[in-house]
Design a protein around this ligand. Structure first.
Ligand code: ZN
Length: 119
């Protein structure tokens, strides 16, 4: 098992979650600049932007999920979604591939890049 990688959908999801937290922290930061209306508005605006960006990322995940291929993970037997030629199981982080020629090879994100270049 390779801990360096996690499922693409999971990774985007954690990114969206991080954006929400950053947004709230930035908005909370406005409290420390109560004396300046401009700074408060700036922090509130920035925080709101992060939260809007996070919503956009969540919508993007939804769109990606409809394009993702549903497969049964050979390792944990659960239904997982994969994007591209190679991805990671969302539950057990088992590397998965749709390409039989890549089966058994060490997992690498490069396979996705290579397939893009060939097209
Ligand atoms: Zn699995």
């Amino acid at each position: 098992m390779n801990k360096k990688y996690s499922s693409k959908i999971n990774r985007i999801r954690s990114f969206a979650l991080a954006l929400i937290f950053i947004g709230f922290i930035v908005m909370y930061g406005a409290v420390f600049f109560r004396n300046s209306v401009i700074l408060v508005l700036l922090f509130m605006g920035l925080g709101l932007l992060c939260i809007i960006a996070s919503t956009v990322v969540y919508l993007w995940i939804g769109m990606l999920s409809t394009r993702a291929v549903k497969v049964v993970c050979p390792n944990c037997g659960k239904h997982t979604k994969m994007l591209g030629r190679v991805d990671i199981c969302m539950y057990c982080n088992e590397p998965l591939t749709l390409d039989p020629s890549l089966e058994g090879k060490e997992f690498s994100e490069d396979y996705n890049k290579k397939s893009k270049n060939n097209q």
